[in-house]
Design a protein around this ligand. Structure first.
Ligand SMILES: [Fe+2]
Ligand SMILES: [Fe+2]
Length: 503
């Protein structure tokens, strides 16, 4: 294909355009008197339609565009992307060559982007692209996005589409229905797209094989993944073994269904598929591992912990605890959110009073070893899944025992009637609590984004304000400058629970 050209003047809006080349304001006499503008070369590749396409490490100045084409064993052409702010004029200077990984994923790292700016991209490197291939960079760290709000969409245990045995009965098409319910709510409430897409693990049943990720993640959230940075945490089903692995190393990944990936990358598909930050690429203290990490997005700091693998070895768990403590000590974000798979409190399909023969030992480890750290260093929200329920706590601190030891007066923020405050209306939570410190956390189980499998105790956990094991849904968090609202949205787009937090 022949290169195409546009006059330089049409490209002056393009953010990568050097000021010197574009001149000053359009009324500048020097510019009017200058030589005729030289054309800027546009990209001349051919767009390709990958089988999977997603964005990693999307920050204020960087993104990794990652994709893969079928079939795996055929060498691919067009391992480049082009990008720009005008979807019809992607300049040749933006062309970026992708790295090809052992599992034939393509990773194109783009740096030097402008904050809070919309960019369009073409996989394959064409001069123009469909506007749906676009993303908005994060605002500068600490700043609120131009629309006043960081919107975060959270799905837990979503991956039932890849396991027909789970996507059954009342839950037939459950994962798709939850996705469509969220989109319907967005469309009916102003249309603001999500800035972050967080996945709480058990993303691809039954074993988190590469093929199961294709069905349950890439084929399901295709539109979201093309436009929104995606982040995740490791669930038990990401480690294979039908979800029953108690292995302390990702090298022991072993699927009961499907096939493992091959070394020299990792046998664990989750790690091969994702490109999470290990060196603080998106802010936060470097963790040195993709198994747990943190990042900043404008006014929000997000921490993803590994409750499935790293907790199974005392030294690894201590290292993760030391890292998250250091990360929180350095954190100054307006809002801090922690995600990990095994919820510290639940009476859903798992019971936080039982280790289930060791398989659910991480529930106890996270509650006893990590909750005190969250409460000591200003974490606001904790999200987990594992139980296929939605359960949302009061505003808690200091509760590390069994559910029978929960004492509202000791462990929950109280309202004027000495009852646990609801987080709603005039009982909205404040970061600085009645104690005078930023010492309380709202814990939410949101593992019902693909199936809803009932409660182990119909009464629910006493530390929770709202519990359901029968309703499918997902969570959306809106983090503004001074107010955060978290909503549970069911599969028909109705809000079933919410709470408000004030700074
Ligand atoms: Fe699950
Ligand atoms: Fe799970």
């Amino acid at each position: 294909m022949k290169p195409s050209f546009l006059p330089l003047s049409t490209l002056c809006a393009f953010s990568l355009c050097l000021l010197a080349a574009c001149g000053g304001s359009s009324s500048s006499p020097a510019r009017n008197a200058g030589p005729p503008a030289e054309p800027v070369a546009l990209c001349d590749g051919e767009a390709i339609a990958p089988e999977r396409l997603f964005l990693q490490q999307l920050g204020s100045d960087r993104v990794i565009i990652k994709w893969r084409n079928a079939p795996l064993d055929v060498a691919q052409s067009g391992d480049v992307v082009c990008f720009g702010v005008d979807h019809n004029a992607l300049p040749a200077s933006s062309q970026t060559v992708a790295v090809v990984t052992e599992t034939r994923h393509r990773e194109a790292l783009i740096t030097g982007l402008k904050p809070d700016t919309k960019y369009y991209y073409s996989v394959g490197g064409a001069a123009s692209t469909d506007p749906r291939f676009s993303f908005r960079t994060a605002p500068l760290t600490g700043a609120v996005p131009a629309d006043g709000n960081t919107r975060i969409w959270i799905v837990g245990d979503p991956g039932t589409s890849s396991s027909p045995l789970l996507d059954r009965g009342d839950n037939a098409g459950g994962q798709r229905a939850v996705r469509d319910g969220f989109n319907a709510w967005v469309a009916a409430n102003g249309g603001e797209a999500a800035d972050l897409f967080l996945m709480l693990g058990d993303n691809a049943y039954l074993d988190g094989t590469d093929a199961q990720f294709q069905t349950a993640v890439f084929d399901l959230y295709t539109d979201t993944l093309a436009t929104t940075g995606m982040w995740s945490t490791i669930g038990n089903h990401e480690m294979g073994s039908g979800g029953l692995s108690t292995a302390a190393s990702v090298d022991l990944y072993s699927p009961a269904t499907g096939i493992a990936d091959t070394v020299p990358d990792s046998p664990m598909p989750y790690l091969n598929i994702h490109s999470f930050p290990t060196q603080g690429e998106n802010g936060g203290v470097p963790s040195g591992t993709e198994q747990y990490y943190s990042f900043d997005y404008g006014n929000v700091h997000v921490i993803s912990l590994d409750s499935q693998v790293s907790t199974r070895d005392a030294a690894n768990m201590a290292a993760m605890r030391e890292w998250v403590t250091a990360d929180l000590q350095a954190n100054v974000a307006d809002w801090t959110i922690v995600i990990f798979h095994h919820p510290p409190y639940t009476k859903g399909s798992h019971d936080s009073d039982s280790t289930a023969g060791g398989v659910d030992q991480p529930i106890f480890d996270m509650r006893e070893q990590f909750n005190p750290v969250f409460e000591a260093y200003g974490v606001d929200l904790v999200y987990g899944g594992h139980s296929h329920s939605y359960e949302r706590s009061f505003y808690l601190s200091g509760h590390t025992g069994l559910s029978t030891t929960f004492d509202p007066e000791e462990h929950a923020e109280l309202n004027s009637a000495n009852q646990p405050a609801t987080g709603q209306g005039d009982e909205a939570y404040r970061q600085i609590t009645n104690s005078g410190a930023d010492d309380k956390v709202v814990y939410t189980v949101a593992g019902n984004s693909g199936q809803a499998t009932g409660m182990s105790d119909p009464e629910g956990h006493p530390a929770f304000f709202y519990s359901t094991g029968d309703i499918l849904g997902s969570v959306v968090v809106d983090a503004g400058k001074n107010t955060l609202v978290a909503r549970f949205i069911d599969d028909s787009g109705e809000v079933r629970d919410h709470f408000i937090m004030q700074r």
